[in-house]
Design a protein around this ligand. Structure first.
Ligand code: 13P
Length: 258
């Protein structure tokens, strides 16, 4: 298909894990393999806000890019506890995870706020990683495509074709996150291909073919190669397995080989 139009992107989402010394040690252990992958794939570590400075310094001059795990949509103001896109850019951040299902589930994130955050991130020059995915109940009810289609339409509303090419879509079935249950390669491919179809409906085929779509949800050293071999899966957003250098390195290698 058109997979050669897109660079594979392997991103760790550390969630609420790692102190600064631990962050430094993990990144140092990933650096050598990420260096080998230079020019072939993109490697990203999305880290807690408190680790950003350490992560940016540790990875300076390397092939590892740093991401944040959330961003507020306002430029500045009375939003206690929030961080703006400009603040992230100033800190050296290049990517930001937006609309992760944990934020939707525990912190009142909606498609409307995901859309606002995505626009704010793009405006500031950050590359958003926008997460979509269905729950177990939604899959069992046979409404996976309806749910994902609505998320794509609403989350990306008003975003230009030029900006969507800077945006990564992460398909993360909620039932596969942190559960050890992985979507089969066929299940993951089916939804990633559906997402690309929705992008083609909105932006046209050429633009849709240029957008990186990741799979996330219990991706690990054992299953990564099979998932990444699928035509519409351009990378992974990895939680638990990104916290162990050994496992993350195997996933990076699988993407390089794929
Ligand atoms: P796990 O890889 O731990 O299932 O987490 C996936 C995820 O939520 C990445 O954003």
């Amino acid at each position: 298909m058109n997979k050669n139009l897109r660079k594979a992107v392997i991103a760790g989402n550390w969630k609420m894990n790692k102190t600064r010394p631990e962050a430094k040690a993990l990144l140092e252990a990933i650096k050598p393999l990420a260096a080998n992958a230079e020019g072939k794939i993109e490697v990203i570590a999305c880290v807690p806000f408190t680790n950003i400075e350490t992560a940016v310094n540790t990875t300076a001059g390397s092939n590892i890019k740093i991401g944040a795990e959330n961003v507020h949509f306002a430029k500045s103001g009375a939003f206690t506890g929030e961080i703006s896109a400009d603040m992230l850019v100033e800190a050296g951040v290049e990517y930001v995870v937006i609309g992760h299902s944990e934020r939707r589930q525990y912190f009142g994130e909606t498609d409307v706020t995901v859309n606002k955050r995505t626009k704010a991130a793009l405006e500031a020059g950050l590359k958003p990683i926008v997460c979509v995915g269905e729950t177990k109940e939604q899959r069992e009810d046979g409404i996976t495509e309806g749910v994902i289609g609505a998320q794509i339409t609403l989350d990306l509303c008003g975003i230009s074709a030029e900006d969507i090419k800077k945006t990564i879509i992460a398909y993360e079935p909620v039932w596969a996150i942190g559960t050890g249950l992985t979507a089969t390669p066929d299940q993951a491919e089916e939804v990633c291909a559906f997402i690309r179809g929705e992008l083609a409906r909105i932006y046209g085929k050429d633009t849709a073919d240029a957008v990186t779509i990741q799979y996330g949800g219990s991706m690990n050293a054992k299953n990564a190669a099979e998932l990444l071999a699928k035509p519409d899966i351009d990378g992974g957003l990895i939680g638990g397995a990104s916290l162990k250098a050994e496992d993350f390195n195997v996933i990076i290698q699988a993407a390089v080989n794929g």
